[in-house]
Design a protein around this ligand. Structure first.
Ligand SMILES: Cc1ncc(COP(=O)(O)O)c(C=O)c1O
Length: 419
């Protein structure tokens, strides 16, 4: 009975919009918090897709498990370790998993102490833990623009503001340090995404040093999201360098299996702490308390982490090879349409196209979906500074990717002939 009631409640919530819900046919005011948006209406492209405009070719696909990469089922065998029948949780994460994560940083020439690592179920959860650790309600965390759109939601769910600071396109998406220096007293931390999604830009080592000095002076933490650090494409200054070695400011480096070995379904992320010793020790103790409240990381994935990180290197290499092939295809195809620029891609899984102003980016994305059955992201999803950008994933299967890019460029070429 209880269950039926809950399901009925859910069913009425599904159609709800605007502050009223109906449980057991009795109208009640439901006091939802402002952490969840009042307006859950889908954006124009999502609404079209929900209405049946399913793309034949999805150039927004960023789930590596749905992009035809060849992964051996044997990779999952270590999840069946019988030690997983026991539950002996450690809020920091099991030591053998933390040791395996620490060893990963040798690739970036950085020594990491396993006792300065905390495991989470995902990078997204790591953000939530850090916002709880660092911020009171209505404090602020500065986030880059353009960048990954989930920051706004992650912050809002913790009752934290996420005002943007701008990356300078003309300067190769370098940090605007003057703008950062003017930030107000509510700021507790600055997020850098290294390399950034979707611009692919690495944080320049000079900017990293200046940011650490500024953060130390202002008492801010630096949160360095390095989920794409394993995927250098054009590279550039900062490529191959981790923030894990940072000593001047309290620094939290984020990574996870979802990108590093292309296994998002296994749900394992991590935080590496760095910076002044006393501050790091104080932060680690408190983070442990946050993690202890949830104990969200499953035991089998922690036991399997050493094998997954070792054997997952093949999946990482396959993703990198796929991104390189598709980026070369994109550049070759775009070279035939002079007005379209493929911006440099330092690293990551996406490419950005600068398109001529003969058509708005969202209108073009809608035409591509409805007329050509190709899905692309308009730049405003990522908070680009102006109209005129499309973002495509470099993960799709290469034949489909080439065909999809062909349709994008043909439609753009048609607009150029008849503006
Ligand atoms: C920059 C960035 N950070 C974090 C994440 C989320 O990673 P996870 O799957 O570990 O939550 C993503 C996912 O696309 C991302 O693009």
């Amino acid at each position: 009975m209880g269950n039926t009631g809950r399901v009925a409640g859910r069913a009425s919530l599904a159609g709800w919009a605007g502050g009223q819900a109906c449980f057991y046919n009795a109208p009640v005011r439901v006091p939802f918090s402002r952490r969840v948006p009042a307006d859950l209406a889908p954006n124009r492209l999502a609404a079209l897709r929900a209405a049946g405009h399913t793309p034949e070719i999805d150039l927004t696909a960023s789930n590596p498990t749905a992009c035809g990469l060849d992964v051996s089922p044997a990779l999952l065998a270590p999840l069946a370790d019988p030690a997983g029948l026991e539950y002996r949780p450690d809020p920091r994460g099991l030591r053998r998993a933390r040791e395996a994560v620490a060893a990963e940083y040798a690739r970036f020439g950085t020594a990491v102490d396993p006792d300065r690592i905390l495991l989470t179920a995902s990078t997204s959860e790591a953000y939530a833990f850090l916002f709880k650790l660092l911020c009171d309600p209505r404090d602020a965390v500065l986030v880059p623009a353009p960048s990954y759109p989930l920051f706004e939601h992650l912050a809002r769910l913790e009752a934290v503001d996420a005002p943007p600071y701008h990356l300078d396109r003309e300067a190769g998406w370098r940090l605007d340090l003057d703008e950062l220096a003017e930030a107000d007293g509510r700021v507790r931390a600055v997020v850098v995404v290294h390399p950034n999604n979707p611009t692919g830009s690495f944080v320049h080592p000079d900017d990293a040093a200046a940011l650490a000095a500024l953060a130390a002076r202002r008492g801010w933490a630096v949160i360095a999201d390095e989920v794409f650090l394993d995927f250098p494409l054009d590279g550039g200054p900062g490529s191959g360098r981790s923030f894990a070695g940072e000593a001047a400011a309290l620094t939290f480096v984020l990574g996870g299996l979802s990108k590093s070995v292309a296994l998002p379904q296994l749900k394992l992320g991590w935080i590496v702490l760095g910076g002044p010793t006393d501050l790091v020790a104080a932060a680690y103790e408190r983070l442990e308390l946050v993690a202890d409240t949830f104990l969200s990381v499953a035991t089998p994935v922690q036991l399997a982490a050493p094998a997954l990180l070792r054997d997952g290197a093949a999946g990482r290499a396959a993703v990198l090879a796929r991104c390189r092939v598709n980026l070369a295809t994109l550049r070759a195809a775009a070279a035939g349409v002079g007005e379209v620029d493929v911006l440099p891609v330092g690293g990551g899984w996406s490419a950005v196209l600068r398109i001529p102003s003969v058509v708005g980016e969202e209108d073009l994305a809608v035409e591509l979906l409805v007329e050509d059955r190709v899905a692309v992201h308009p730049g405003y999803f990522f908070d680009f500074p102006a109209d005129g950008y499309l973002v495509v994933s470099l993960l799709p299967e290469p034949t489909a990717f080439a065909a999809g890019i062909g349709r994008v460029l043909r439609r753009l070429a048609a607009h150029l002939v008849t503006p």
